[in-house]
Ligand binder design. Structure first.
Ligand code: SF4
Ligand code: FES
Length: 175
């Protein structure tokens, strides 16, 4: 019997990959900034920041983009800073407590929030891989592009604003 040709597939061919490389993040941001005192370290990865301003609105004395350094960890308590850092929807901001305070909890249930005319805010235990199974990012908060215009896919980079992306009416469950 004649065999049908196999068509193109989206399945990754992992047979030829060096095993050790599969869990290396290929998209580590070049720049990761740290702001610290003896109670808390705040890290900021500008590559993921879309200037959603949750941090500025939450604690303007700590997060001030017109000041250098723009994060002043001595301007509020470590508890207050940690609470606002966890509001950052993109994962650009993280913290580590050095004073025995609670570290960021890992959400048990994943959620995807459709932002009007904007990205998908995903929270949970998130692992993003490329088609070959290589780790792109592990995080508890990410903003994923749904306008198609981001220069940092799969992450939102704020381009939806400049191209006037409109998400249209969303379907909601129930009546
Ligand atoms: S909340 Fe996060 S994404 Fe928004 S401006 Fe602050 S660091 Fe950037
Ligand atoms: S949704 Fe923000 S760049 Fe696409």
């Amino acid at each position: 019997m004649k065999r049908l040709p196999t068509g193109p597939t989206d399945e990754p061919d992992r047979m030829n990959e060096p095993v050790g490389s599969r869990d290396e993040s290929r998209y580590e941001p070049d720049i990761k900034k740290e702001y610290a005192n003896d109670q808390i370290v705040v890290t900021w990865e500008p590559e993921y920041c879309i200037h959603a301003a949750d941090c500025l609105n939450g604690l303007p004395a700590v997060f001030d983009p017109w000041r250098r350094p723009w994060v002043a960890v001595d301007a509020a308590s470590a508890d207050e800073i940690a609470e606002v850092v966890m509001r950052c929807p993109t994962g650009a901001l993280h913290f580590q407590r050095l004073d025995g305070g609670d570290q960021e909890p890992e959400p048990e249930d994943p959620t995807v929030q459709l932002r009007p005319n904007g990205p998908l805010f995903v929270r949970g235990k998130i692992r993003i891989e490329d088609a070959s199974g290589h780790l792109i990012r592990e995080d508890t908060r990410v903003a994923l592009c749904r306008c198609g215009g981001s220069g940092n896919k799969p992450f939102c980079d704020g381009t939806h604003r400049t191209i006037g992306f409109r998400s249209g009416p969303s379907r909601s469950s129930g009546s």
